[in-house]
Design a protein around this ligand. Structure first.
Ligand SMILES: Cc1cc2nc3c(=O)[nH]c(=O)nc-3n(C[C@H](O)[C@H](O)[C@H](O)COP(=O)(O)O)c2cc1C
Length: 189
């Protein structure tokens, strides 16, 4: 796939089939992540691949975090919300949680470590698309929760930046309306 065409045809695919994704494809996606630009070559990305039961382990963490939000976690309404959070990781056969571990080197600017990881995530979304897979970057408050950080064994300074849900698309790519770049661009001669 030609690169600009790939960029323009990639869409967030939130609905995928439960069919497994070959490990070889997941590895290509991970490798694409590592080719992102990163200042001072700090390679601040960390990847966690969740499949099968691994997704339920994350679901248990989501359950615990969601239950702790409510004064009355046992109410029927709140039980539904807790159950939904627990099941969220089952929406795709593969989740790649992408974390940042910012370098402690003096010259490194923390926000640039996030910039590098965000670039890695976009590489991974584009690689998924070019391999015929659907993918979506998911976050929400839960993504940045201390318990999620601990589940993945990240350091105090580290954080999960994205849950990339991946599978074979079970929906049409949504149409997208873009603001013309001309409206967002100032040329300075
Ligand atoms: C930092 C970030 C967090 C996102 N989190 C979510 C999310 O939690 N749930 C979701 O459905 N989409 C999420 N998205 C995907 C956006 O909704 C999606 O990229 C946007 O609607 C544009 O659609 P497109 O990716 O098809 O161009 C996130 C995207 C980014 C960059």
């Amino acid at each position: 796939m030609e690169i600009v065409e790939g960029i323009k045809t990639r869409r967030s695919i939130g609905l995928v089939k439960p069919d497994p994704v070959p490990q070889e494809l997941i590895e290509q996606i991970l490798e694409a992540g590592t080719y992102a630009p990163n200042h001072f070559r700090t390679e601040p990305w960390r990847f966690f691949v969740l499949t099968g039961e691994g997704r339920n382990k994350l679901g248990n963490v989501f359950e615990e975090i969601t239950a702790a939000k409510f004064e009355d976690p046992n109410s029927e309404d709140n039980q539904k919300k807790i159950e939904k959070a627990k099941k969220n990781p089952l929406r795709a056969p593969v989740i790649i949680a992408v974390g940042v571990e910012p370098s402690e080197r003096k010259n490194v600017i923390k926000k640039e470590e996030y910039a590098a990881v965000n670039s890695a995530i976009q590489n991974m979304l584009l690689a998924s698309h070019s391999l015929g897979l659907g993918a979506i970057w998911r976050t929400g408050d839960i993504c940045y929760h201390e318990k999620v950080k601990n589940f993945f064994g990240l350091s105090e300074a580290g954080e999960i930046v994205a849950f990339v849900y991946i599978g074979y698309a079970n929906m049409e790519a949504p149409k997208v309306k873009k603001t013309n770049f001309k409206e967002l661009t100032t040329w300075i001669d």
